[in-house]
Every structure is written in structure tokens, then in C-alpha cells.
Ligand binder design. Sequence first.
Ligand code: ADP
Ligand code: ZN
Ligand code: ZN
Length: 720
Amino acid sequence: MPAVVRVALPVPLARLFDYLPPAGGVAVGSRVLVPFGRKKLVGVVVASGVEAAVAGGRLKAVLSVLDDGPLLDAELMQTLAWAADYWLAAPGEAYANALPLALREPRPLPETTEPCYALTVAGQSARDAGSRRGSSRRLLDLLLAAPLGAAELDLALPGWRPAAKRLRDAGLIEQRVPDPLPPTPSAAPPLNAEQDAAVAAVAGAFDRFQPFLLDGVTGSGKTEVYLALIAQALAAGKQALMLVPEIGLAPQTVRRLRERLGVPVEVIHSNLAEGERARAWLRARNGEARVVLGTRSAVFTPLPQAGLIVVDEEHDGAYKQQEGFRYHARDLALVRARALGVPVLLGSATPSLETLANVEAGRYRALHLRARPGAARPPQVQIVDMRAQRLDHGLSPALLAAVAEAAGRGEQALVFRNRRGYAPVLLCHACGWHAECPRCEHPMTLHAQRRTLACHHCDRHAAVPSACPACGSVELKPQGQGTERLEEALTARFDDVPVLRIDRETTRRRDAFEQLLDGLRDDAPAILVGTQMLAKGHDLPNLTLVAIVGVDEGLHSVDFRAGERLAQLVVQVAGRAGRARKPGRVLLQTHHPDHPLLRGLLAQGYAAAARELLAERREALLPPFSHQALLRVEAHQRADVDAFLGEAHAALPDDPALRIAGPMPAPMPLRAGRHRGQLLVEADTRGPLHAALRPWQHALAALPSVRKVRWSLDVDPIDL
Ligand code: ADP
Ligand code: ZN
Ligand code: ZN
């Protein structure tokens, strides 16, 4: 057999491809252009000088080598191979996730230096004179604070380029090469004893792999601990990587990192223009970038001089990719930290049960921040029993009174409801008909302002009927409350306080959210109605009341993770209250005031509730005390789903270590017109599960019924 190079190609096949080597050879980790069918593809060399798996006559040759040396270093190559294997990805898909799109094309690498934009003297006067409007005005405001590069502008002001061109043509802004001198860093506050201890513990583990959990309520000063440690890593000549769950959290964190550390901060997330993303990735690779902040995909950033990895809000489900290469960025961060020999710090006010189990088992070290610097005291949490109460659009008298009090003191109140739209159901009072999506067999949400019914599962829209299609009655009544309805009810009741709704609809424009938040930073009273979007990170110093409504659904879910998620959500939302010097209050309105989860959570806090939930998981042998893989299948015909699942079940090895649940319908058996089913495979230890999965995956791809279905295998699924 001839010696070949083995290449990972961006095709959805769980295998590698052999090619005859180019003259002069090629290093592992380099990109090559190869023929594939009638196309030419860019692939990554995974092995070189290995023996071909097939006879030489059918082998094609590498067309060209795109890199002088490896683009991906040995550590990333090893981590990616591990990750592709663990999450059952096609190897090429794993590499495609790791490499920015611009680097997956047969072109030379882009330049890594890029000019930034700054105000000219004329620009400063124009800004002071207020002579510009709209996005030009916003761009001038942004650049007044600091010169910014394209990547930062993408985040702060999407669609900034036309404004930049206008302002440049008018001589109001100019392009500069990046400022070689870092701005003067701002001083860190003196850390308290707990923060000091946390910093010392992690700093004591620099230069080796050690996972830490930084467990502290919102506002307890976790970010200050990250900053101190990143500063130490930088001082030692090392790079730091920090992951955040969503891009919405990035701008304020970037600002804080940059001001404190006085170094450029590279931002990497999937909404970045492709060229920017490639440049940021390359700057990290050549060591120019010292601090990298990013969302899920930033976990693949090369770190040749790695010193520290931070994963903020480690419990957040956004770290799990839900399609294609279904990796978990937090888990991958741990794998990378091990390979790089550096500490990894997982921070959260509400750690995941997986992480807590690792702490219990002694694999991770827990560091606690119990005090809240700044805040007077932790918010007081109370249950509002809404049974037998006269409700105004779902809001109880006690809740409304508390909102009135907060507004009366000139403070802000947040009414949290994790459901957008006017009402989740439109019901006929005469016959019981309700508006349902035919493609999902699920109630459609009424959106009153947009005068439409919308399916939140498949995005189908329909006109709001004027009479019941089943019986002709005009008694159609919205059931339940979404944020839009709560906004309406609160506006009607409080005519002298501004009511602001913050959800996906009111923040559709990318900078609308930041603008809404900016308006709330001062001391004026306001009532906010918001979804999940407001649960995270954002600092609202004048917010002193948080009223949580409509969490009861989470108490009755079939998903075994629902309790954990509910506890996390309640604690995260509650953490919004009383962030500054004013004390906060939290109300939780429920029909189940005696539910043990709510009781435990409120009486003893998240840690105790999590211990209880963890004990239940251990008892029931559920993750993290067992390991799961989920086969998901969908097709236009239910029979095709059933046939495939039946064959898939039969193709599993007869191993007593494997527990099999199903075949069964998915939690939504129909979605967007497709029938869905699943099969869950579980084992107490990873060994037998993973031993079975790869062969099973190959067998599934070869099943007779495979052509009629879409299927995927999800290792460690986070929703069933
Ligand atoms: P977290 O990340 O846990 O939510 P932060 O680090 O953002 O907490 O801290 C919350 C607030 O308290 C911030 O405004 C921060 O500047 C301030 N803060 C944190 N640590 C200290 C400290 N040791 N002394 C004074 N202020 C602090
Ligand atoms: Zn009817
Ligand atoms: Zn639908």
C-alpha cells in the first residue's frame, strides 16, 4: 500500500479521506485543496505518511498545499479529534466548526492587522454641535469614547459601515492603524477576603490543569475575580480565553476587560463578519491577541501561550450546540484546559448539576463568594399565593401593590414572564375550540398588536379569526398572559410610570436592546416587562423589585431537567434586584406555594435546592449519574419514523450495561409538519455506551429505511 495523507473534509460523512501526498510532503494540521467527486474541497491534513486503506490505483492526489506550516497546532488537532469522536461528529464537521469560514476557502490567509476608526477634530465639533442624526450620530458617540475596530463596531452598531463611509467622506472620522500604546488601565477595587482567596487558589494552579467552580450569586464579584486572574496571566506572558453564553453579554464585558486590563480584547462570535472572525482567530494563533472573549464557537480559538480559560455562566444551555456537531463548549473547555495544562474556571450563581457532581466527586475545586460587595443585603424573596385571588390579567393584588410601591419610591420594577406575545392560547368559550398550528398540533400564540396568530415552534402565521371556525361563536377569548398582555395591563393601571417591554419583538433591531437598557441606567422610575433576555448579566442599579409570574408550567414538565432549569431561572432573575446600594425584593407568584422545589429554593437557596435535585437524580439514576445518547428521527410519515426506530433498536448490541427507552414519540410528536420520534440509550458508565455508539452510528447510516428520514445522534443531550 502506498503512503498517503489522510484528510478531514467538510462533508457529513463520519470518515476521513486518503490522497496521494504532494511533492515535498505536507504537515499535519495544514490545509490542502483536494478533488472530491466533481468538486474541489479544502480539507485539513489529519495524518501524513500513513498507509492507504484502499489500493493505490483509485487514489487521487492532493491538488495543492495551502499553508506553509500547520494552521492548527498539535493541541487543537488532538482536541478536535477527541471531540469529533466523543460527540460522534463527522470529522470534517468538527474542523469546519473550529476554522472560521474565511479559512475554509482556498485563499491565502488574511492580514491580521486592521485599522480602527477614530474621530477627527472636525468630527468632535460635529458631534458636540449635534449636527448628525441616526446611525451617524451613534457612530460619532461611540468613537468619542474610544477608537474602535470593525469587530467592535459590528457588535456595538450593526450596519455601521454606510455611516462610517459618509462620515469619512465628510472628514469627520479617520482610519488609524491600531494604537500601539494601550490606554491607561483603570484601577481594580481592593478585593474582599473571599475574592482574594479565590484568586489565590486559581493562581496557585497556573501552569497545570485544575478545574475550579466559582460559585457566587449575581453581583458577588465573580467578574472581578476573572479580571484579577486574567491580569495575572497577562503579566506572566500568557493568553486568556473567556467564554460567555451569548453575544448580548459581550459588549459590556469587553468594555470592562479593556478598561481594566489596558490591552486589546479580541471578540469572537458567530455574528462577526467572516473576515473579522478569521483575523481574530489568526491574531490569537500568532499570539498578538492576549485576551479572547467569545461565545460557544470561541472555544476553538488557538491558544499557543494559554494561561487560563474562564467559562462564565457555565450552567447556560447556550453552550451546547444543537445541530450538526453537537458539542458542549463548557465540556470542551475542560478538555482543552487539560491538553494545554492550564486551570479552567467555571463561574455561576446557579451551577449545573453536572458541575456540582464533579465538585462532590472531588474532580473540581469549589470557590465560594457569599457576600455581595456594594449591595446592602441579598434580596428578600417571597411567595405570592395566587389561589383564590382576584387577578388582573394574571397579576395578583399583592404583586400590583409591590409594583406601585417601588414606582412610588422612584425605583424600577421588573415583571418577569418568559413568554412573548399577548396570550399563549386563543379559546372559543362556546365550544372549546382553540387556535392550533396544523403543522405542530400546538396552540398558536396570539399577538394582538401585530394582529396575528403565530406558532412559536415553526413560525407559521395565521389571521386572527373573527368568529370560531368550529361553531361560529364570536366569544373568542385569549387565555393566559404573554409579555404583550402584561404590558397592556400595567400601562392601563400605571399611567404616570413608563412601562417598557423587553422581549425578542421589541428588540428586533440589533442595537434596540442596548438602547432600551441605556435608558434605564439612571434613577428614573419605570416598570419593565420582560422575558429571559433580562435574566442575564445586565446591570440595572435602580431596579429594586422583581416579580416572577407564570413559572408553574416548569413545575409540571416531563423533562427531568425542568426543576434544575426553573431553580436557575428564578435565582438568575431574582439576582437582577438590588444590584446597587438599594435593597431588593423578589416576589414569586404561583398556584403551588407548597411545591417542595419552590419552598426549598426560597427557604434555603439554590445550593440546597440543587443538592436535593442531585439526590433525586442519583436515586433515579439520571445524568450526571448515568450517561445518555439520544437518537432523534423525523419524517413526513409517522410510519417511516416508526420503521427506522424499530430497525435502529434492533441494531443495538445486546449489552446488559445499556438501558434503552423507546422507541417513543418526541416531546413534540409533530413539528413543522414532520413526525418525530426518538430512542434513548443510557448506561451507568461512559465505557459501554461509547463502545456501542460508533458502530451503531455506522449501522444506522446503512439501514434500509434511512432514506426516508432525517436522523441525528446526540451525546449528552440537554433536552429530551
Ligand atoms: P458578578 O460577576 O458576580 O455578577 P461583579 O464582579 O460584576 O459580580 O461585581 C458586581 C459589582 O460589584 C460590580 O459593580 C463590581 O465593580 C463591584 N465589585 C466587585 N467586587 C468588588 C470589591 N471587592 N469592592 C468593591 N466593589 C466590587
Ligand atoms: Zn366555538
Ligand atoms: Zn407550528
